[in-house]
Each structure stands twice: as C-alpha cells, then as structure tokens.
Design a protein around this ligand. Sequence first.
Ligand code: SAH
Ligand code: SF4
Length: 351
Amino acid sequence: MTAGLATIPLAALQALLRQRGQPAWRAKQILDWRNKGVLDPAAMRNLPAALRAALPEWLRCDPFTCVARQQSVDGTRKYLLQLNSGNNAGKRIETVYIPERERGTVCISSQIGCPLDCPFCCTGSQPFDGNLTGDEIVAQLLHVMDDLRRHPLDNGASNRVTHVVFMGMGEPMSNERGLHAALKALLEALGISRRRITVSTSGLVHGIARLGKSYPVNLAISLHAASNPLRDRLVPINRTFDLTRLRASLDDFPLPAQRHITLEYVMLAGVNDRPEDIEALAAFVNRRRERVNLIRYNPHPASHFTGSSSAQIDAFAHQLTARGIRTTVRRSRGDDIMAACGQLNSVLESR
Ligand code: SAH
Ligand code: SF4
C-alpha cells in the first residue's frame, strides 16, 4: 500500500475505486472530506458503510494518532502525533498551529528529530530517528484543520489554516523526497498557493537549487551568523556549505516580483549580537532580494545559550534598518508550552 489519502490526487483515487468495482464519482466525496481535514473514513457520513470499512485496506488513511494537544495562553496549539503504521510506526513528532486574527499558520515537521545539530536548537539535541513521507507531512496539516473545525478557538483568532511553514522538527532539505512529495500535494491536490508556503533550511545548497527548479515556494534560511568561523559553530552544516556557496545559491533562487528570501537570525547574547556581527550581516545581505527576521532565542533544557535582551534586539534591528536592510522581529508564540521556534522535541515531550 503506497498511496495515502492525505496526498492522493483525484484521478488516482478515481482509478483506485474503479479497480475495486466502486463508482469513480465517490472519489470526489472522499476528497471533499479529506480537504476539510477528515482522514478517518468512519467519519465520512455520506459513504456506504461497506466502502467506509474497505477504504483503509486499499489506501493508507490516517497515519497519526494524536496523543496530546496543548494550548498556549496566546491560542497557539501544539500537537504530539504518533505514527500508527508504516516504517515509522510508534514514533512521535510535533506540529504547531499559530493563530493570528487574519491568518492561521501550521508549522509542520519533516523528520523525526534532526540529523544536524545546531547547538542552540532543542530538536537538534534529540537523536535523529527517520524521515517522514510526503503523506505523513501533509497529514499534519489536515489534523490541525480537523481539530480546528471540531474545537475552534474562541478568542477571535483565525480557525482557518492559510499558511504552511516547514519550520517544525527536522531539516526539510535532508528529506527531499518527502519534502517534494508534500509540496506537490499541497500545491496541486490541496490547492494552497505557493505564496503561502515557506520552506526553512539551514543551508543545504543543492536542495535549495532543486527546490527553486521544482517548487519555487518561499524560502527561509537559518543564517544566525554571517561570518564563517561563527556560523561553523552555530550552524555546523556551514562547514560543508560555507557562506560563499550559500550566497551563490540564494542569488540563483527564483523569486517572483515583490517577494523576498527571509534570513532567520536567532539573537544570542554576546555570541552573534555584537557590533562586528552587524557589520558581517550588512556585508552579506542582498538588500534587494532578502530581508532579515530576528528571532528571540527560546530557552530549553538542552542548551546553555542566553537570549539577547529585548532592548538589544531592538537596537540590532534599528542598526540593520539604518543600513537599508528590511528587518522584522519575530514575536515568540507558544513558548509557555515549548511550542516556540527550536523548542520542539518529541522525546522530551514523551517523558
Ligand atoms: N531545520 C530547518 C527547519 C527548522 S526551522 C532550519 O533550521 O531552518 C526552526 C527555526 O527555529 C530555525 O530558524 C532555527 O534555527 C530556529 N531555532 C532553533 N532553535 C531555536 C531556539 N532555541 N530559539 C529560537 N529559534 C530557534
Ligand atoms: Fe535541525 Fe534546523 Fe534545529 Fe539545526 S536549527 S538542528 S537544522 S531543526
């Protein structure tokens, strides 16, 4: 059984049903449910009982069981999802929903843990335990949609998923097969605009080039330092793909008009927030095509860094802006439930 309900296109589902002696028009009914986030055939009320019972034998329906859901005081929800079948059966990942008034962003995981170990990142401290399939990546988003439909937020924030960011657990570019399969389904089967999808990477340049060719969605780079010695330490993949190679791959990445590549920069006190770091960053950034997003450091038990103070972050932002660099400061969301950037760790969570 290779196909999965989360990603299957209409024509493929029609063919599958026909092969099993079912009317092809049922495919549309099934995908109407899927597109609302429903992956459990038992809940598809307009299907005959026999078809509801048979579907999971023909097609992998829901790869996850939600084992815990936490909600932050700001409405952010974190889901601990356990794989119930496939090569990763029994393993757990985390997915986050970040509501705002006019938009709802799902932050999805691409791997179980992460093979790279950036020393300030909580996910990086968890042992790497496998890649997710495209179907398992997309199912995370569907789970969130279904949960919001059944248990809407009542604080005036959006209950509609409008944006998808690959900023959960894992390095998407070290699971390109899963990443590309997921993007294909998000864009084609689920009809999400490429302007609403962002892939974040620590800088695997070949993956960036292939993404630009196949699925030119929004790109975010975990930069965190703009000099090689410091970036070698903070983002170890820099020892393989240094800033010169990263620069070349960013310059080649296709960008539609009015769009920018985001350079993410986590603010670590005394480490990368010094005057020389501003100079290095100002020398690295391509002001026309890139903008800087300063991220407040989110502490977690596996790291010894201290975040820069709010005043320091503001001063840093101000100095970048004064040098003509578009700069924003990311508000931290969900940090009271360890759902903020770099805090996802399904092993700590399961203890
Ligand atoms: N592996 C990819 C996708 C993860 S995105 C990548 O690194 O880009 C998660 C983002 O949160 C990355 O920019 C990461 O560098 C950042 N991050 C990691 N640990 C953090 C922490 N403790 N506080 C704030 N941001 C962190
Ligand atoms: Fe992996 Fe990204 Fe964390 Fe680095 S920052 S360890 S690449 S998840």
